[in-house]
Design a protein around this ligand. Structure first.
Ligand code: MLC
Ligand code: AMP
Length: 501
C-alpha cells in the first residue's frame, strides 16, 4: 500500500469532486476537482524542475488557496514540504536554505529579487506565488497537463521539515514522516468527532504545525470545508462563525474575540467546537469565554516535534488549566532531569512516545539523540504534572523559551543579536505576562553607551515578532554563584511591565 499522506488524505475526499473544499476571504469557492487539478499541474511543474522524491521544496508564501494546492502538490510528488515563516529576515532565510538545500524555493514575487542569489547558491529553482495567486508558480503550471500519479512513499519517509529554534545554537529542522502526520490527524479526527458537514474557520498561519498539520490536514481528511482567512482578525472571524462549526486558535485569538462585543451566544450558536493550543490558555479566558458564549473551549497540547500529544475530551470534562489526557496511542510520562519517573502528581519534565513523535532533526543526529531517551520517549522540555485521573497540567518550562501569541522565541537568539549592538555589554531576555500575547519579550541590558532604539536596530536580523516589546537598562544582571543569570529574578522584577494602568 502507498503510505503517502497525499494518498491517505485523498481517500477521504467525497466521491462527488464538485463539492466545495474551501472558501476564500472574498467568498470564492474552490471544489475538490479544481484543487486536485491545480495541484496536479503544480506537480507536473515540480517534477519538470527536477524535484525527486525526498527533495526539499521550501515555501515562503502568504496564505492563499494556491498555497494549499502547492502543499498538496509537494505531497503528491513525494517531496519534503518545508514551510517558512513569511516574517523571516534575509539572515534567517539564508540559514534555512543553506541547511536544507531545497530543490525548489517558492516565495512571494516581492521577495524574488532578494532571494534569487541565495536560490542560485543552493541550486534551487526559484518560483513565485503571491497572496493573490499571481506569480510564476501558477503562470508556468497553467498550461501543463495535470499529473495524476501519486509517488509511492513508505510510512517512515519524511514528508515535511519544520524548523524550530533551540535553547542553544542553531535552528533545527524537525523531520516528520508520512506515518507521523497520518497517525496524528486520524486520531484527532476521531477524538474531536469530525463529521461530514463540519466547517472550519482557518485564521492560523499555514507554516506551523497548528495551522498546517492540525487544522488543514483535518479538513482534508474530513473532506472539507475550510473557510480560509489570510490572517486572524476578530471581526472577520466572528462574521464567519455564523456558518462555521469549528474554530482552532492560539489563546490570543480567544482574548481578542472576547474583546469584541459582537461575540455572543447567538453569534456562535452553530459552532460546536472551539479548540485552543500552542500556548497556555488562562483559566480566566476559559471562564470568560464560557460565560459569554455558553461554550467551553477544548484545550490541547502539542509541539512541532510531536504534533498533538494531549487533549481535553470532546465529551467529558474540559478542565480549565489542564491540557487533558494523552491521546489514544500516545504515552506521556513525567520525569526528573535524568529521566527517572517522578512520583505521581509531582512536577517533572514531560516526555512523549508514540506514532506522532518525529523522526529526528535534519542532519543533527546528536541533537536528536540528546532529546530522546533510550526507550524512545522524546523530552519536551515542558514542566508538567499528571494527575491520578490522567489529566496533564503544564506548569512551566524547563527550556528557556518565550511563547508570544503562540509563536516561540528563544531568548538565546535575541540575546546574541542584542550583544552584537554597539553600546551593549551584555543582555538577558525574559518573557513577561502580556494581556494580548500571553507573554511578550523583555530585554534587560547593561550598557557602556546609549544603545538607541534597540528594536529598530535588531530589525534587520530578527523577525518582527522576536523584537523586544520592553527594553530596560540595569547596572548589573543578577547572577548566581555559578555566574549564571538568574532569569527567575528578572521575570519577577519585570512581570508587570505590560499590565495596564
Ligand atoms: C505578530 N507580531 C507579533 C506576533 N505576531 N509580536 C509578538 N508575538 C506575536 N505572535 C508583531 C509583528 O511583527 C508586527 O510588528 C505586529 O506584531 C503586527 O503584526 P500582525 O501580523 O498584524 O500581527 P497580528 O495579526 O496581530 O498577529 C498576532 C497573532 C499571530 C497572534 C494573530 O501572531 C498569530 O496568528 N499567531 C499564531 C501563531 C501560530 O500558529 N502558532 C502555532 C505554532 S505550532 P512590527 O513591529 O513588525 O510591525 C505549535 C504547536 C502547537 O505551537 O501545539 O500548536
Ligand atoms: P512549537 O515548538 O512551536 O511547536 O511549540 C511547542 C510548545 O508550545 C510546547 O513545547 C509548549 O511549551 C507550548 N504549548 C503548546 N500547547 C500548549 C498548551 N496547551 N499549554 C501550554 N503550552 C503549550
Amino acid at each position: 500500500m502507498n503510505a503517502s499522506l497525499f494518498a491517505r488524505l485523498v481517500s477521504g475526499f467525497p466521491a462527488d469532486r464538485a463539492k466545495v473544499f474551501l472558501e476564500t476571504e472574498d467568498g470564492t469557492e474552490v471544489s475538490f476537482a479544481t484543487m486536485l487539478a491545480a495541484a496536479g499541474r503544480i506537480a507536473t511543474l515540480l517534477r519538470g524542475a527536477g524535484v525527486e522524491p525526498g527533495d526539499r521544496v521550501a515555501v515562503q508564501v502568504e496564505k492563499s488557496a494556491e498555497a494549499v494546492y502547492l502543499y498538496l502538490a509537494c505531497l503528491q510528488v513525494g517531496a519534503v514540504y518545508l514551510p517558512l515563516n513569511t516574517a523571516c529576515t534575509a539572515t534567517e532565510l539564508d540559514y534555512f536554505l543553506t541547511d536544507s538545500e531545497p530543490k525548489a524555493l517558492i516565495c512571494d514575487p516581492a521577495a524574488a529579487e532578494a532571494a534569487a542569489p541565495l536560490a542560485a547558491v543552493v541550486g534551487a529553482r526559484l518560483l513565485t506565488l503571491g497572496a493573490d495567486g499571481a506569480g510564476s508558480l501558477i503562470a508556468e503550471s497553467a498550461g501543463l497537463v495535470s499529473d495524476r500519479q501519486v509517488t509511492e512513499r513508505a510510512g517512515g519517509d519524511v514528508v515535511a521539515i519544520l524548523y524550530t529554534s533551540g535553547t542553544t545554537g542553531r535552528s533545527k529542522g524537525a523531520m516528520l514522516t508520512h506515518d507521523n502526520l497520518w497517525a496524528n490527524v486520524a486520531t484527532l479526527h476521531w477524538l474531536w468527532g469530525f463529521r461530514p458537514g463540519d466547517v472550519l474557520v482557518h485564521a492560523l498561519p499555514l507554516y506551523h504545525t497548528h495551522g498546517l498539520f492540525v487544522a488543514l490536514n483535518l479538513m482534508l481528511m474530513n473532506g472539507g470545508k475550510l473557510i480560509l482567512l489570510p490572517r486572524f482578525e476578530a471581526e472577520a472571524v466572528i462574521d464567519r462563525l455564523a456558518r462555521a462549526t469549528v474554530l482552532m486558535g492560539v489563546p490570543t485569538f480567544y482574548t481578542r474575540l472576547l474583546a469584541s462585543p459582537r461575540l455572543t451566544k447567538e453569534a456562535v450558536s452553530g459552532t460546536r467546537l472551539f479548540i485552543s493550543g500552542s500556548a497556555p490558555l488562562l483559566t480566566q479566558t476559559h471562564a470568560e469565554f464560557e460565560a459569554r458564549t455558553g461554550q467551553r473551549i477544548l484545550e490541547r497540547y502539542g509541539m512541532t516535534e510531536t504534533g498533538m500529544s494531549a487533549s481535553n475530551p470532546l465529551v467529558g470534562e474540559r478542565r480549565a488549566g489542564t491540557v487533558g489526557m494523552a491521546l489514544p496511542g500516545v504515552e506521556l510520562r513525567v520525569c526528573d532531569a535524568g529521566g527517572a519517573p517522578a512520583p505521581a502528581g509531582e512536577v517533572g519534565v514531560l516526555e512523549v512516545r508514540g506514532p506522532n513523535v518525529f523522526k529526528g532533526y535534519w542532519r543533527m543526529p546528536e541533537k536528536s539523540a540528546a532529546e530522546t531517551r533510550a526507550d524512545g520517549f522524546f523530552v519536551t522540555g515542558d514542566l508538567a504534572t499528571i494527575g491520578a485521573d490522567g489529566y496533564v497540567t503544564i506548569v512551566g518550562r524547563a527550556k528557556d523559551l518565550v511563547i508570544s501569541g503562540g509563536l516561540n522565541i528563544y531568548p538565546k537568539e535575541v540575546e546574541e543579536a542584542l550583544d552584537a549592538l554597539p553600546g551593549v555589554i551584555e543582555s538577558a531576555v525574559v518573557g513577561a505576562p502580556h494581556p494580548d500575547l500571553g507573554e511578550a519579550v523583555v530585554a534587560v541590558l547593561t550598557v557602556s553607551a546609549d544603545p538607541g532604539d534597540v528594536p529598530a536596530a535588531l530589525r534587520a536580523r530578527l523577525s518582527g515578532f522576536k523584537l523586544p516589546r520592553h527594553v530596560a537598562v540595569v547596572e548589573t544582571l543578577p547572577r548566581n554563584s555559578m555566574g549564571k543569570v538568574q532569569k527567575n529574578l528578572l521575570r519577577e522584577r519585570f512581570r508587570d511591565v505590560f499590565q495596564a494602568g
